[in-house]
Design a binder for this molecule. Structure first.
Ligand code: ZN
Length: 269
């Protein structure tokens, strides 16, 4: 179980897991499967040189740190960077989620090294997870980008669409980012209508899942069909249709809340 924390105790560095992030990739032991996260003893000489170092908390009691490598970093022979998404299903699931946090926070810290208002250097704020400008005191918190994801149900069918973004042509439930000034239910109505021309009603909360690749929070809903015929824009969504549980197309594998929504539909039929 993971317990988030902000400040490490002095001994926490001695026997920690180190989630070293470079451009969306994670440092792991070469050829390890499931992938093994390096610990303090594997990295001892490199640790003082890491940048954007942050304490994340404890996983089953073991301290976890996130950091980025310095520019000229050469991993030791038995360590290698691997794309985070390529590790899905090939790494302990708890380690994957902690690596996601690490990815989100290291990326945020790296991208906010300078103030967005006045351009001067920022520094870590001492009392909370934030960066503060050394000149104008603007405070910047880690960004979380909320997105909705929704299973639209019409009698015994579910609305699934294929996005140009899904690798391998998966069909999935519809999703989209929340816009400024918008409530979550408003976003559900807008996204479903924009992407498929379908109106929905009875929007109900289903659950949520952080998706820190790089910084989303997926908020999942179910909804009922209220009217309209499927009309796709051909860009964001390249195909969409209603499917019964017996004729599902290729759907996303594994751990995503999209898959949990589709599994819920299959089990509830
Ligand atoms: Zn500033």
């Amino acid at each position: 179980m993971f317990k988030a924390a902000f400040k490490p105790s002095p001994s926490d560095r001695e026997n920690a897991l180190w989630f070293i992030i470079q451009g969306g990739r994670l440092l792991v032991k070469r050829n390890s499967r499931p992938a093994v996260i390096p610990q303090t003893r594997h990295l001892a000489e490199s640790i003082p040189e890491f940048v954007h170092t942050q304490f994340l908390g404890h996983l089953d009691g073991q301290p976890c740190f996130a950091a980025g490598p310095p520019p000229d970093f050469q991993p030791e022979d038995n360590l290698d960077f691997r794309g985070l998404k390529s590790l899905f299903g090939r790494i302990d699931e708890n380690h994957l989620w902690v690596a996601g946090r690490a990815n989100q926070l290291v990326r945020w810290s790296r991208h906010h090294s300078y103030c967005g208002k006045c351009g001067q250097k920022t520094t870590e704020k001492a009392d909370e997870r934030a960066r503060i400008c050394t000149a104008c005191n603007l405070v910047n918190y880690p960004r979380v980008s909320p997105a909705i994801i929704v299973a639209v149900i019409k009698e015994d069918q579910i609305l699934l669409g294929r996005s140009g973004r899904f690798p391998g042509g998966f069909f999935s439930v519809l999703a989209g980012f929340v816009e400024p000034g918008e409530g979550l239910e408003m976003c559900v109505e807008r996204e479903v209508f924009e992407e498929t021309g379908i109106a929905v009603k009875n929007i109900r909360y289903f659950g949520s899942q952080p998706w820190p690749f790089p910084d989303s929070l997926m908020v999942a809903f179910t909804a009922d069909y209220a009217g309209g015929e499927i009309q796709i824009d051909g860009q964001e969504i390249v195909a969409a249709d209603w499917y019964t549980k017996d004729n599902l197309p290729d759907i996303p594998p594994g751990i995503s809340i999209a898959r949990q929504l589709i599994d819920w539909f299959v089990d509830s039929g």
